[in-house]
Design a binder for this molecule. Structure first.
Ligand code: RFL
Ligand code: PHB
Length: 391
């Protein structure tokens, strides 16, 4: 089989890229290791930047997002019992974010792909990528026990942090940067109305908590927990009890609890692999970088990578190499700013087990400064709604 672009991974980055390329008449195949239900079952991101919403419009999948997504003009920081609102819109000249679950977005993208009869192979096992240092890269995969070969012009590595694409790059061609945090987020999804109309990021003596949402009737909550915790040890009652202790009286009065639909623990990590292009293999999204979820940037970065990659490939087929040559540098400039913001928010809002007393006080002072200063609040707002593209 021959296609112009072989996309590995049907997460948000692979699916959005597939949609952008299809709109431009570029022939792409998506290979995904899992089943569609498995992909849809992963409960992940919930907050979309405006540039991400604009991109989904460009990809032709914005309809349900506009009908059902919840525009948010602010977030609340709850610091040791006191609330500080970050007026996202007021501080950024009217920009906002949209609350819309990654699951819903993925579903919209999958349906658009099916409607347009675009090629996707689910349960493609043992994917191998090769010859990407030539003009004729190749991909092969096993499906129902039969190995298939694909010739292509480009490979897009949209296969997440544990994927095969980054792992196939020679070690000496890659530089990686990493920070692993000594805690994770225990998440709970429930069919209960959100505790607040805006997200609450809470820092307390007992650790960080986040009150998020998926709709007016579905909530998503997170608790910072040590990495040694096991999800089986967290009954719903224990989760709600711990959450209450990290929130204020107002939130406790408004909190509606109920049975969990899903509960899981995600470790927190910052990671960047440079560069993001090796000949005709391009890495995008979590395959190239990970952020801790505190800044709500992971899915948004995946979207901005594939925006840059989609446009670069369209330019290539229009006769210009500029886009693909500058892909890595353009993406990394934006990625490092989001990495910095996510790392900084994580440091400010979580309790670290071994912070020396001086640093502890300095961090408390920094947070106190940031929430009381217009410049500080503007910094959070500008980064949270998403920085503009600079190219
Ligand atoms: P994905 O979503 O991991 O998709 C990669 C796909 O590749 C497949 N795959 C393979 N396919 C074929 N062959 C192989 N060898 C393969 N290996 C892997 C996988 O099965 C999968 O389907 O990466 P992508 O597309 O780059 O998307 C990235 C986002 O999913 C991720 O950044 C966000 O979910 C991060 N994130 C958040 N991002 C935000 O922007 N806002 C948020 O509010 C937010 N909250 C979160 C988050 C991530 C979380 N977790 C669990 C990590 C909250 C959490 C708890
Ligand atoms: C979520 O709703 O899953 C979510 C929202 C904001 C974050 C992280 C996760 O910063």
């Amino acid at each position: 089989m021959r296609v112009q672009v072989a996309i590995i991974g049907a997460g948000p980055s692979g699916l959005i890229l597939g949609q952008l390329l299809a709109k431009a008449g570029i022939d792409a195949l998506i290979l995904e290791a899992q089943t569609p239900d498995y992909v849809l079952g992963r409960i992940r991101a919930g907050v979309l930047e405006q540039v991400c919403v604009d991109l989904l419009d460009e990809a032709g999948v914005g309809e349900r997002l506009h009908a059902e997504g919840l525009p948010h003009q602010g977030i609340e920081l709850l610091v040791d019992g006191t609330r500080h609102r970050i007026d996202l819109a007021g501080l950024t000249g009217g920009k906002q974010v949209t609350v819309y679950g990654q699951t819903e977005l993925t579903r919209d993208l999958m349906e658009a792909r099916t409607r347009a009869a675009l090629k996707t192979v689910y349960e493609a096992k043992e994917v191998m990528v090769s010859d990407f240092d030539t003009d004729h890269p190749r991909v092969s995969y096993l499906k129902d026990g039969v190995r298939h070969e694909v010739e292509c012009d480009f490979i897009a590595g949209c296969d997440g942090y544990h994927g095969v694409c980054r792992a196939s790059v020679p070690k000496d061609a890659l530089r990686t940067f990493e920070r692993v945090y000594p805690f994770g987020w225990l998440g709970l999804l429930s069919d209960t109305p959100p505790v607040n109309h805006e997200l609450i990021y809470a820092k307390s003596e007992r650790g960080f908590a986040l009150c998020s949402q998926r709709s007016l009737t579905r909530s998503r909550y997170y608790l910072q927990v040590p990495l040694s915790e096991k999800v089986e040890d967290w009954s719903d009652e224990r989760f709600w009890g711990e959450l209450r202790q990290r929130l204020d009286g107002r939130a406790n009065d408004a909190l509606v609890t109920g049975p969990s639909l899903e509960k899981s623990i995600a470790p927190l990590r910052s990671f960047v692999a440079e560069p993001m292009r090796f000949g005709r293999l391009f890495l995008a999204g979590d395959a190239a970088h990970i952020v801790p979820p505190t800044g709500a940037k992971g899915l948004n970065l995946a979207a901005s990578d594939v925006r840059t990659l989609g446009h670069a490939l369209i330019e290539f087929y229009g006769g210009s190499l500029e886009g693909i040559d500058r892909y890595s540098e353009r993406c990394l400039r934006r990625i490092w700013k989001a990495e910095r913001f996510s790392w900084w928010m994580t440091n400010l809002l979580h309790r670290f087990p071994d912070t020396p007393p001086f640093e502890q006080r300095a961090l408390e002072a920094e947070l106190d400064y940031v929430v009381h200063s217009l410049a500080g609040r503007t910094t959070i707002a500008e980064n949270y709604v998403g920085l503009p593209f600079e190219d």
